[in-house]
Design a protein around this ligand. Structure first.
Ligand code: GRF
Length: 204
């Protein structure tokens, strides 16, 4: 199965996906790394692994329609079957969500449906968790639909929030489990072990 990874930043989750492929754990290929940021670290990781890259941003297009058409074109041109968002901070155009229904995954650094939605990214998430007094946080892999962080949940794992935790220490703990559960969730899709039924996701 061919995977297209979308990333806006450093790309440590992208690297975790590549590691799983290289270790033979994840039977897939990454055929495209798409970034809306020309200076994203993820682009560098792709280049050094010989993976095709594209810098694609809404700003390069007069409207969403032409942007979305180009995105679909690029995805088809690289024969992408599954899209993995890995720190991609932009909304996926509706026509792309429709064309890849149940085939777009995202990783979020909290236990959705808590601490998700517009503005809830990066350190904002962990600061909100600490401020709430919650004793547990974690990471969530979910399907992407038309709204931010609202698609069906595929896989979650929790981490304790300890007395001494700051947003930075919590982010580091959560990131470690992100790197474990994202390749696991993608593997389930690649191996066709996912059943989506009545707004539930079953992995067998
Ligand atoms: C991760 O915390 C992920 O959950 C969120 O964005 C961050 C991306 O980090 N969606 P990286 O670029 O994969 O290192």
């Amino acid at each position: 199965m061919n995977i297209g990874v979308f990333a806006s930043g450093r790309g440590s989750n992208f690297q975790a996906i590549l590691n799983a492929i290289q270790r033979g754990i994840l039977p897939a290929r990454v055929t495209l790394l798409l970034s809306n940021k020309s200076d994203a670290g993820a682009l560098e990781i792709a280049r050094s692994n010989g993976i095709p890259t594209i810098h694609l941003s809404q700003k390069q297009f007069p409207d969403e329609e032409s942007f979305a058409a180009k995105m679909l074109n690029v995805l088809r041109g690289h024969d992408v079957h599954l899209i993995a968002l890995a720190g991609y901070l932009k909304k996926i155009p509706t026509v792309v969500v429709r064309a890849y229904r149940n085939k777009i995954l995202n990783i979020h650094p909290a236990l959705l449906p808590l601490f998700g939605g517009p503005g809830m990214y990066g350190h904002h998430v962990h600061e909100a968790v600490i401020a709430s007094g919650m004793k547990v946080s974690g990471a969530t892999v979910h399907l992407v639909d038309e709204e931010y962080d609202r698609g069906l949940i595929v896989l979650q794992r929790s981490v304790p929030v300890e007395e001494h935790d700051t947003a930075e220490t919590l982010a580091a703990k959560v990131l470690t489990i992100e790197h474990e559960i994202y390749p696991q969730a993608i593997k389930a899709f690649v191996e066709n072990r996912v059943l989506i039924k009545e707004r539930s996701v079953w992995i067998h």
